[in-house]
Design a protein around this ligand. Structure first.
Ligand SMILES: Nc1ncnc2c1ncn2[C@@H]1O[C@H](COP(=O)(O)OP(=O)(O)OP(=O)(O)O)[C@@H](O)[C@H]1O
Length: 314
């Protein structure tokens, strides 16, 4: 897939099987040394599994994982430069917020105490309260604080904002982008809240049923598709030159998400009696996932949790 010359992490032809279930199937990708990648995909697509491989929590059934130049599995020199903020992270029972932060400070060589303090203040975290007495959103804020203040060269956030309200999520995005601008590093963020983070992303990796569906620079991706509206016959004519990812037709008028085989400007569209607008990233991801799901691999049953995806992203 994408070959980044001095990537921080590369995954080469990786397959991960859990007994009879294949969670990742021949995945090849890489993550830029300085870049924010959105790891997207439906429930059960394999996002967490990929992050577990990158962080040495699992060994692939087949293939090669390299992070910061080495296999991360049981490799302390690499692992202390990786921070993995897991969905639903658990902490020892007796840990107070400040214990969790002190433990993280000893773990990560690039820990920034000042940043940690300012995040604790911004998220209004009670430093002396036990973590297991915090609300769900507050526990997420502890994870986000650790992820950002770790300043780890490779930082992965797996759905980090369970229970976080919209104001706190925006705070996370603002602090992430501000800190990243001053301290660029490799950041991978898995989420279902695609539209919320689309402005942050420099790269998009979309996984579907264990396979890479899309691995693209975010700008190129935005430029690669368009939503076109007009008379059904005119939209259909456009479909002979470009790939129609989805089309809805009502009373002789169509609206289609089109993957462009060459750039189309307003003049081109006007000449065809059509109007065009950018396709939001979330819409594009949903459309691409459905487009592929229309022809599923024969050995793959849909993940039972997948029905939630559209609800969350709609
Ligand atoms: N330990 C395990 N044993 C068996 N199957 C597993 C295990 N962990 C994950 N799987 C399966 O592998 C597939 C990929 O799971 P994974 O957690 O990587 O998906 P995900 O993209 O992170 O999903 P979500 O968005 O719901 O968190 C799923 O079908 C899941 O049921």
């Amino acid at each position: 897939m994408n070959a980044i010359p001095d990537a921080a992490a590369t995954v080469t032809d990786v397959t991960m099987r859990y007994r009879e279930h294949t969670a990742l199937d021949g995945v090849t990708t890489s993550f830029a040394t300085d870049g924010i990648t959105g790891l997207l995909g439906r429930n059960g697509a394999g996002k967490t599994t990929l992050m577990q491989l990158l962080t040495g929590h699992r060994v692939p059934t087949r293939g090669r994982v390299q992070v910061l130049g080495a296999d991360p599995y049981e490799n302390d020199a690499v692992l202390q430069r990786i921070c993995f903020v897991k969905e639903g992270q658990r902490y020892p029972d007796h840990f107070r917020v400040r214990d969790a932060l002190s433990a993280a400070a000893t773990l990560f060589p690039s820990w920034d105490e000042e940043l940690a303090r300012s995040l604790v203040a911004d998220f209004e975290l009670p430093a002396r309260r036990q973590v297991n007495k915090l609300s769900r959103g507050m526990v997420s804020a502890v994870g986000i604080t650790i992820g950002l203040a770790s300043r780890a060269p490779v930082t992965l956030f797996d759905e980090p904002y369970l229970g976080l309200d919209a104001v706190a999520r925006q705070l996370f995005y603002d602090r992430l982008i501000a800190d990243y601008a001053e301290n660029p590093r490799t950041i991978v963020l898995s989420t279902h809240l695609i539209e919320e983070i689309s402005g942050l992303l420099e790269h998009v990796l979309l996984i579907d049923a264990g396979r890479v569906l899309l691995d693209s620079d975010a700008e190129d991706l935005r430029a690669s598709a368009m939503t076109v509206t007009g008379r059904a016959d005119r939209v259909a004519a456009l479909g002979r030159e470009h790939e129609m990812l989805s089309t809805e037709t009502l009373a002789g008028s169509s609206r289609a998400v089109v993957r462009l085989s060459r750039p189309l400007d307003d003049g081109d569209l006007e000449a065809r009696g059509l109007t065009g607008e950018p396709t939001p990233l979330q819409q594009l991801v949903i459309t691409l996932s459905r487009h592929t799901a229309a022809a599923p691999a024969p050995d793959r049953a849909p993940d039972p949790r997948s029905a939630d995806f559209e609800e969350v992203t709609r």
